[in-house]
Design a protein. Structure first.
Length: 375
């Protein structure tokens, strides 16, 4: 089985694990899973591909990284990798050791979040790609072979500096809020002569490492307070009307005036107000607010001459204007359909989707909502 097929099978396995992962709903947490920063340590093996058997050139390697995921999909890291390296000359059946250190800036794309509906999975498949520099030194073994006349001018005498282009895949497992375990496989392309051989094409180095990452810098998960409207009857104080009963005075005695009887206070009931807000998860348009809609339907039937305004929104923090307008319209359409199903005529409903052009709330995530107002 070729190395390419092995890498494809590993990616397929990771995608399968992600698809069936135990989803952790961020609404039950006191923090948001993104954005966050991380520090990582890794250890494993590497081998440089030449005409020599690559499995016989496997040597240990280690890495340290520092980075940040800016969104659930996009992140970046500074990654330093290095330790021992080894090359081989097939015709002489000789191997030679040297040391190296590679520093790369990598772009990280979370494929699981890119194609999934949620933001937090047990396993995430992350695509890596970046550029950097490779510094190699201590090429004494190869220089000795050259001085002995066994090889020609392939050996670099002084320290060697090369560019490094990287592509790879990482399987990142969320163990807890702050800790993760990862498996990373990467292919590194370096300039010719890095392995002391001139082939007029890039030299390749393959790394496979296990690691741990400490994650920090999470934001607090601010849960929107439920919005409810309680009908209030307004009782206004009315002026009392006093009546006096006047009788004709008798010749020698004046009749006392009776105490006025208070009239009952008239009750004035103010028209009930209607203002409801329903919040949604990211990329969601389904609604689970039966009691809220029943209250809206009851209000609409009580005031058939009043309008019910249904406005849909999406947050600017995710997606793009086209996608956000689509989700806002879907949310509005589903609410309007439920109101019609409950007996509210279409002529009584005013509906509009604003997408992310209007943000009614200061907190980004609260803007995934539908606001219903009676007019």
């Amino acid at each position: 089985m070729t190395k390419f097929k092995m890498i494809c099978m590993a990616m397929a396995l990771g995608l399968s694990l992600s698809a069936h992962a135990i989803d952790q709903d961020t609404d039950d947490r006191d923090y948001k899973p993104y954005p966050y920063m991380f520090i990582g340590l890794q250890g494993g093996v590497q081998s440089t591909l030449t005409d020599y058997n690559a499995f016989k050139l496997i040597r240990p390697t280690a890495s340290v990284s520092f980075g940040r995921f800016f969104t659930p999909i996009v992140g970046a890291r500074l990654h330093v990798n290095g330790l021992w390296n080894q090359g081989g000359i097939k015709d002489l059946n000789e191997k030679y050791d040297y040391k190296y250190a590679t520093t790369d800036i990598d772009l990280m794309l979370n494929l699981t979040n890119m194609f999934g509906k949620k933001q937090n999975y047990l396993c995430n498949v992350i695509l890596l790609g970046g550029m950097g520099l490779n510094y190699a030194w201590d090429n004494d073994d190869m220089i000795a072979l050259k001085n002995a006349g066994k090889v020609s001018s392939m050996a670099w005498t002084y320290d060697n500096v090369s560019y490094n282009a990287r592509v790879g895949v990482m399987f990142d497992f969320n163990v807890s809020k702050h800790w993760g375990i990862n498996l990373e496989v990467a292919a590194n392309s370096l300039s010719d002569k890095y392995n002391s051989k001139i082939t007029y094409k890039d030299d390749w180095q393959i790394t496979a490492q296990l690691g741990i990452a400490y994650k920090f810098g999470f934001r607090k998960n601010v849960k929107p307070a439920p919005v409810s409207v309680t009908p209030v009857a307004d009782y206004s104080e009315q002026n009392r009307v006093e009546t006096a009963v006047v009788s004709k005075p008798e010749p020698k005695q004046e009749e006392a005036k009776p105490e006025p009887k208070p009239e009952p206070k008239p009750v004035v009931v103010k028209e009930e107000a209607l203002s409801e807000t329903m919040f949604y998860a990211i990329r969601e348009s389904d609604l689970d607010a039966k009691n809220t809609l029943e209250a809206v339907i009851a209000w609409g039937k009580k005031y058939p001459n009043k309008k019910i305004s249904v406005s849909g929104y999406a947050d600017k923090g995710t997606g793009n204007p086209t996608i956000n307008r689509k989700y806002a319209q879907q949310r509005v359409d589903k609410v309007v359909a439920l109101l019609k199903k409950g007996g509210i005529p279409a002529s009584q409903i005013e509906a509009k989707a604003y997408g992310d052009t209007v943000q009614p709330f200061a907190e980004n995530d609260q803007n995934r909502c539908v606001i219903i107002v009676g007019k």
